[in-house]
Design a protein around this ligand. Sequence first.
Ligand SMILES: [Zn+2]
Ligand SMILES: [Zn+2]
Length: 119
Amino acid sequence: MKFACKFGFSKLVLGFMGAAVLLSGCGAEVELTSEPVKPVTNTVVDDHSGWWCTAHGIPEDQCSMCSAKAAKEFKANGDWCEEHNRAESQCFKCDASRADKFANLYEAKYGKQPPAFTP
Ligand SMILES: [Zn+2]
Ligand SMILES: [Zn+2]
């Protein structure tokens, strides 16, 4: 015996029934507080906060000033600026052009220049 199974999909129809305002003039006051609804645009809210160290202009996990782990590795490799207490390769105070390398990383990822920071 063969059963033909039909699935009835009950759709949830979320229909907003516009309140039919009938101004019958019998004293019923209808207050219309219709605020303009803004379309939800896909605004990016600092999704890079976990990746980019805005304070130092370096990806967070590589930032020798923020990541103790990174700092340890840089020190182990002899890449360290004692004067400024950060990785020599990240010391923009000694050589400002070093920031470009990291700015390029940011730009490659987001297609724009990283936020300005003070070295
Ligand atoms: Zn940092
Ligand atoms: Zn330095």
